[in-house]
Ligand binder design. Structure first.
Ligand SMILES: [Zn+2]
Length: 288
């Protein structure tokens, strides 16, 4: 099922209404098995399914031939699938991805350990989504020619943080607690996902205040796109909370203790309290 939404001017809606919009979208797409949204460009990642869930046992390597135009820039080897970006704009687009890498590196606190492949492919349904194969130093986004290219950059900003996390934490990154894995990538994408807000707490505050948020230790597998978005923003806000309240050093210690499952990191060992207590603190912090 493909769901096409009308274009919405961001200027016409405030943060609270954005939250309502997401909830409304979640309700809209709820019964669809694999819906894809084509929302207004201004709402950006809020209403996209930024990544398709990787199912247990699914191969994570991509060996399909990635055809397109090769554009090397400072730190990236960009490949653009044919027909997505007009020839005259391809170099500038590759530079926008490079700028995103520079921005997220600064926000994350360290840059890449080597060159990164960035592939921009075609998703015929226009259900934009990305993925990072950090062991292969490959990030990908799938989009279509009718979507604004900035949305592909927004998704890639998130995927590039996954690569920076792998480069910073090593292969333990691959077993990171899902809350921290996706929370860090979303937080690290910063302004590419903040839609003009200062902090991720601004996004989740209406949900938390209304009691409509999800428990942090929730898997997105099998859930509707709206829930996946809610979880990504909640997790980003939780990461923001952990870093601001408890500091980066303990966050780094925590990040390498999980086994992929949401909630699996050693919160007790690092913070002296279980996730449930930290989650309560985070909820109070968000609405304060
Ligand atoms: Zn991700």
């Amino acid at each position: 099922m493909k769901l096409t939404l009308p274009h919405i001017s961001l200027a016409a809606i405030g943060p609270t209404l954005l939250g309502v919009l997401v909830v409304a979208l979640a309700l809209l797409v709820h019964p669809a098995p694999r819906p894809s949204l084509a929302p207004a460009s201004a709402v950006v990642a809020m209403v996209d399914a930024p990544e398709r869930p990787i199912m247990p046992g699914e191969a994570t390597a991509t060996h399909e031939t990635l055809n397109g135009t090769y554009i090397p820039v400072q730190s990236l080897d960009v490949v653009l699938a044919d027909g997505l970006i007009p020839l005259a704009e391809q170099q500038a687009f590759a530079q926008e991805i490079e700028q995103a890498l520079s921005y997220v590196s600064s926000r994350f606190g360290s840059g890449p350990r080597g060159r990164i492949n960035a592939y921009v492919g075609v998703e015929a349904s226009c259900g934009i989504h990305g993925i990072a194969y950090t062991g292969e130093r490959m990030v990908q986004v799938y989009t279509c020619a009718t979507l604004p290219r900035v949305r592909a950059v927004n998704i890639l900003a998130h995927e590039l943080v996954h690569q920076l996390a792998h480069d910073h934490y090593g292969s333990r990154h691959l077993q990171a607690d899902l809350i921290l894995l996706e929370g860090l990538a979303t937080w690290g994408a910063g302004s590419y996902w903040l839609n003009g807000e200062e902090r991720f707490s601004a996004f989740v505050r209406p949900w938390i205040a209304a009691g409509s948020g999800l428990p942090l230790a929730t898997s997105y597998v099998g859930r509707p796109i709206g829930d996946m978005n809610t979880l990504y923003y909640q997790w980003a806000s939780f990461v923001e909370f952990l870093m601001q309240v408890y500091g980066r050093e303990r966050f780094d210690a925590l990040y390498v203790t999980g086994n992929s499952e949401p909630g699996s990191a050693d919160y007790q060992g690092v913070y002296g309290k279980p996730l449930e207590v930290l989650e309560q603190e985070w909820r109070a912090w968000v609405v304060q």
